[in-house]
Design a protein around this ligand. Structure first.
Ligand code: ATP
Ligand code: MG
Length: 139
């Protein structure tokens, strides 16, 4: 049976600190299969669209500016219970509160530069995956 999918981004801090390889290894070791992957660079406009759900939050402008500050890696990952298991793997939003061994505990420096994105629901995983990948690219 096919597993469910989640969507992730390796954020600009983790890309510029050369953590792509180590992070992909942890993702594979945790049992996720990479179904689509893209190295790209968001514009402020595209980062604003991606994070539109947060546009009323005080940190929105900083978030958009950070997410468009350098290249990212976007990917669709497959595993049973992908959304919840991936959020467990990346750890809490604030890396000082992330459990030891999680990706944010290992690679994130601050709540804004927190190394990874992970979808928060099955529905958002599909919306976010479609934001970066076309039907043709996806499978
Ligand atoms: P993500 O959506 O990136 O996986 P998350 O679901 O853990 O993270 P959200 O509440 O969706 O957290 O916030 C999106 C992003 O906005 C966070 O990853 C973080 O980079 C930033 N952010 C969230 N809360 C704050 C805050 N209080 N101050 C600064 N940045 C924040
Ligand atoms: Mg979120």
């Amino acid at each position: 049976m096919a597993g469910s999918v989640t969507f992730t981004m390796i954020k600009p801090d983790a890309v510029s600190n050369n953590h792509i390889g180590a992070i992909l290894q942890k993702i594979n070791e945790a049992g996720f299969t990479i179904r689509a992957m893209k190295y790209t660079h968001l514009t402020p406009e595209s980062a604003g669209k991606f994070y539109a759900i947060h546009k009323e939050r005080g940190f929105f402008n900083d978030l958009v500016s950070f997410m468009s500050s350098g290249p990212i890696v976007a990917a669709i990952l497959e595993k049973d219970n992908a959304v919840a298991d991936f959020r467990d793997l990346i750890g809490a939003t604030d890396p000082t509160k992330a459990a030891p061994g999680t990706i944010r505990a290992m690679f994130a420096k601050s709540i804004d530069a927190n190394a990874m994105h992970g979808s928060d629901s099955d529905e958002n995983a599909i919306i976010e995956g479609n934001f970066f990948f076309s039907e043709l690219e996806r499978f």
